[in-house]
Design a protein around this ligand. Structure first.
Ligand code: SF4
Length: 196
């Protein structure tokens, strides 16, 4: 377009229709929220429902989430699709710790959210051993419900990357904390700041 081709008002409208301004943080969150890589990981019956979200009917590839990764080091979303036993919890936590930061977790189904029908000593809810961002209710949740949970997570990533819980629980970083370090962290987080 040559200078003078548009009058001032038309030029104003031309620019408004074609130029987007944003911040680097917002652009990074937009990209991050639209390219979640779930870990290829299933725990129980809910996993069958989870698998179907990559099929033609729901097709999460539409949103950029289809690349289920076989290595936690290439994944940033852990879908806990089923019940977690106390024996299994440290292994699940280890997988979560090996994932890329920033990373997210979805508790899919009643079992991983609240122990479900297995209300006994062997099962543990996911919140007890890792920070869960979204809970999807149901037994099992339909694939549409999981899709809804994933899209909820996407909107949380877009609008507020810290998502509240990281600050509430002092959960920045997710390195494993040894017992003596844990006590020290707890003490420092509960101490009154100087001059308060
Ligand atoms: S919530 Fe229901 S479907 Fe999912 S793992 Fe538990 S028993 Fe199975």
């Amino acid at each position: 377009m040559l200078r003078g081709d548009l009058s001032d008002a038309d030029m104003e409208q031309y620019v408004q229709e074609r130029v987007i301004t944003t911040t680097l943080d917002r652009a990074a969150n937009w990209a991050r929220g639209n390219s979640l890589f779930p870990a290829t990981f299933g725990l129980a019956c809910c996993a069958i429902e989870m698998m179907s979200v990559v099929g033609a009917r729901l097709d999460i590839a539409r949103f950029g989430f289809e690349a289920f990764r076989a290595s936690p080091r290439q994944a940033d979303l852990l879908i806990l699709s089923g019940r977690v036993s106390i024996k299994m919890a440290p292994i699940v936590r280890r997988i979560y710790d090996q994932m890329l930061d920033p990373k997210y977790a979805i508790a899919m189904g009643a079992c991983s959210s609240s122990m479900g029908v297995f209300n006994n000593y062997a099962i543990v809810p996911a919140d007890k051993f890792l920070p869960v961002d979204v809970h999807v209710p149901g037994c099992p949740p339909r694939p549409e419900a999981l899709m809804h949970g994933i899209l909820k997570l996407r909107s949380m990533v877009h609008s507020d990357p810290s998502m509240g819980w990281r600050e509430r629980y002092g959960a920045e970083r997710t390195v494993e904390v040894l017992p003596d370090e844990g006590e020290e962290l707890l003490r420092s987080s509960t101490e009154e700041p100087a001059g308060a």
